[in-house]
Design a protein around this ligand. Sequence first.
Ligand code: ASP
Ligand code: MG
Length: 457
Amino acid sequence: MRAVVMKFGGSSVIDGPAIDRVVSIVDRERTAGSAPVVVVSALGGVTDSLLALADGARTARKPLIAEALKSLTDRHFAEAARVAPSTAWLKDALQGHLDELRTALSAAIDTGGLAPSQADVVAAAGELLSSRIVAAAMEQRGLPAVWVDARDAIVTDETYTRATPLPEETAQASAALLQPVIDAGKIPILGGFIGRTVDGHTTTLGRGGSDYSAALVGSAIGAAEIQIWTDVDGMLTADPRIVADAEVVSHLSFVEAAELAYFGAKVLHPSTIFPAVSRNIPVRILNSHRPDGSGTLITAEPPVRSRPFAALACKRGITVIDITSTRMLMAHGFLRRVFEAFERNATAVDVVTTSEVSVSVTIDDNRRGADIVADLLEIADVTVEEQMAILTVVGERLTTHSALAARVIGALTGFPLRMISQAASRRNVTIVLPEAYLAPAMMHLHRELFAVAEPAR
Ligand code: ASP
Ligand code: MG
């Protein structure tokens, strides 16, 4: 049997009609001869509400909490009644999860704080509820759905709110739990994002973690494919809010997809990549609102395509820090001291360019910017520019195309390019420029690189 993991994000299960679409999509996959395993996110927006509730519990605003809890309860019961009016077990199951949620919140109010482990009990409620509703909806439509508690499948460490799955334990537990259901010709449905420690405490994998769950489960059962169903047609050749005629990239390598995700293409959670990569399992990104599209296929091997570029990606709100020190000319240890300043302040550096006496770096997260600058001032002159943007061209085969950087930079003649970097691996050419120029630069570059047919080589 060809096992296929089908993961549906929050926007794909946002309400009754969306859930009905999910059921049809799974039904179609099964009719085509696959054995689906379904992983779902919380109903769209629910995780945000739960995290707000967890925050509220810390400040113990009782009436507000009661109100928020009631609206969450009403929403889930209303959608449940819509998609599974005659599934007898559903109400009790939902009530059970809601009771657990209420208990965690009231304990927090009583003790004046929410322990991290209890915060995860709160956050996990969304996926527990949504997976129950989707399982019931499938049952209602006559599909042999079996709800599975994802916490029995994903075994994690104790880093609450950002737990790391233990690979071997998870592979074993997932296979032991899911394989018998698949073998019996049934469809397991489980929530993404959630897991449990070896000691039995509920954990979550961090925002967007359902993709990760899908990849873990898929690699555990040796799935033929992992489908990430979302609300866009796939990875695009550019940001569609900037480039109206951006096209779906039909096929990307894992490396390209990870690179694009890193540089701001929000479609895929980068961690999704790793468990799937290790087992050579293809990942397909699909649109649950337009299920007939072919989406974007992501495989370990780069595809053969007519042009060397895969896509453009961008990131706004970037800060550039220029670090110059003539004193450090020829001295060793300068770069180490520069990077220690970022390390001490737990800030990741994205793009780096260097010359003999200066280093320019970009950071995405500027919250510790003042501390970083203070540290750097001890060893160098520092200037900071905010509201910058990264624009990057990604393609795994750039290696074979030495003129590419020249072409990219040539296409951007006249734009104020602050940094230019081509990684040694040449999987991307990256430009840093003021945010105000990002949109015209991306439009221009897209037209130059993607709108024209590549000459035969
Ligand atoms: N519901 C979680 C979130 O919103 C996990 C996910 O959707 O992947 O972050
Ligand atoms: Mg979500």
